[in-house]
Design a protein around this ligand. Structure first.
Ligand SMILES: [Mn+2]
Length: 461
């Protein structure tokens, strides 16, 4: 999706934001071995390298020098690697993909550093570069006596995180493809689930559909929890079968060309949301839709979070689970016993993308705010998730200390009867536009009527 000219614009924009500085080295990262085997973990190029180079090669280094501009140093396959893994991407192809004219073999990086002897270098990307320079083609690292400017490295990295907040048109197009593949997976999974099917079997259905739609891997480990397992915020699927009358929480998304989607849906294993599940689902959905409607440039994400928390507190009070005024309940973090995480986070080259906190803002230690991953005024081009939830988490709700602290704010007898309820989260990916917001994952049904219709269809009723 990225083309060379838009990558050149991106690099120019970042170089201007950086201002005056010495040479910069931005490493992609080295393959990470699986200890005790001859295997490697799935390679993830560092987002700073991928963002600026537009490529995701192992052991690659992008450099910048204000006099000479950008150079990409790429690892060349050894004879053994060519036999077992193939020749790898040619320098010509890398030049075309990155829009960088000056692409050289990694073995030339030492000479580039030698030519800058005595200048302090900023190191960005994967810092394994300074621990294993030989693996990047620089065996004579110590002899080069390269001085690394830590403060400058941090300054440039911070600027880069800020530059990456607003996505350019290529990035948005790629994120739409990630959302489309994700939608295909969710639709298939929501149709195919049935009582007796296991969490693992549903994971297979959703992921297969991502891959059929052009995704090379999932954006994160797919989370699938049935029944009480849905109350675990990040539950990895097991062989446990879904029971009749249970709900399923599925938080799963495709990665496309390095860009993540991040979507959660909850649906019945049967064809209807029943009882408390129906009430809680309606409350989470209304909260999510109101939050999306208020999402626009200039809106403070933390404010959006606190408004959603207040709506959840009011709804839980209406259901007789919390007691008191919703504003007081949020002030005392009582709502966070049921909604402990943040309303959402930045999304992009990482699922929890960089740049979520405005410089100078400290993270709160309050239960209701400590897991909030974004504290920033929204601006056009940002992509965030909006994902309120309500959970019955035993670790929080059976803790004697919390029961004392929130003695009057919670109807504990009622909570005792609901401990196996599970959890509900509804999550979409939101692009901030000039006028407001666009929901990238809008194709995936979430109204009770639409979800139940899909379930009836799936069960052939
Ligand atoms: Mn998320």
């Amino acid at each position: 999706m990225q083309d060379g000219s838009s990558l050149r614009n991106r690099r120019d924009r970042v170089a201007r934001a950086w201002g005056a500085h010495g040479p910069v080295v931005i490493a992609s990262g080295l393959p990470v071995p699986v200890a005790g085997t001859d295997q490697f973990h799935d390679f993830h190029a560092h987002a700073e390298h991928r963002y600026l180079a537009g490529t995701a090669q192992e052991a690659s280094v992008l450099t910048f020098d204000q006099r000479e501009g950008w150079t990409l140093f790429a690892a060349r396959a050894s004879l053994e690697e060519r036999v077992w893994s193939g020749d790898g991407t040619s320098l010509e192809v890398l030049a075309a993909e990155s829009g960088i004219e000056d692409v050289r073999p990694a073995a030339d990086l030492g000479a580039w550093l030698e030519a800058r002897r005595g200048e302090a270098v900023a190191v960005l990307g994967n810092h394994d570069f300074t621990r294993a320079p030989a693996a990047y083609g620089v065996p004579n690292w110590l002899a080069l006596e390269t001085a690394i400017d830590q403060a400058e490295s941090e300054r440039l990295s911070t600027f880069l995180s800020e530059a990456r907040r607003a996505k350019d048109s290529d990035e948005i197009a790629t994120m739409r493809l990630a959302a489309d593949a994700t939608a295909a997976g969710h639709l298939t999974a929501m149709r195919s689930v049935r009582p007796g099917m296991s969490e693992r079997e549903l994971q297979v259905e959703v992921e297969a559909e991502f891959f059929r739609h052009g995704s090379a891997r999932t954006a994160y480990s797919s989370l699938v929890g049935g029944g009480p397992n849905s109350s675990v915020l990040h539950f990895l699927p097991t062989a446990r079968p879904f029971g009749t009358g249970e709900i399923v929480l599925m938080d799963a998304a495709a990665e496309y060309d390095g860009y993540a989607a991040d979507v959660t849906r909850v649906f019945p294993a049967g064809d209807r949301f029943e009882g408390i599940h129906r009430d809680l689902y309606a409350l989470v959905l209304a909260t999510q839709e109101h939050a999306i409607a208020k999402t626009r440039p200039g809106k403070e994400f933390k404010e959006l979070h606190l408004e959603a928390a207040t709506e959840i507190a009011a709804g839980l009070a209406d259901l007789g689970i919390l007691r008191g005024n919703p504003h007081d309940l949020v002030e005392s973090d009582a709502h966070a016993l049921f909604f402990p995480h943040g309303l959402g986070h930045m999304l992009g080259l990482a699922t929890h993308d960089s740049g979520g906190c405005l410089a100078g803002r400290a993270k709160s230690e309050r239960l209701g705010l400590k897991w909030l991953r974004a504290d920033i005024p929204l601006a056009p081009g940002f992509v965030v998730t909006i994902e309120p939830g309500i959970y019955f988490i035993r670790a929080l709700l059976t803790d004697p200390e919390r029961r004392r602290q929130y003695r009057d704010a919670v109807d504990w007898e009622r909570v005792d009867g609901l401990l196996d309820t599970g959890g509900i989260r509804i999550e979409d990916d939101i692009l901030i536009t000039e006028e407001g917001a666009a929901v990238l994952s809008a194709e995936i049904p979430k109204s009770i009527a639409a979800v139940e219709e899909l379930r009836r269809e799936g069960l052939g009723r």
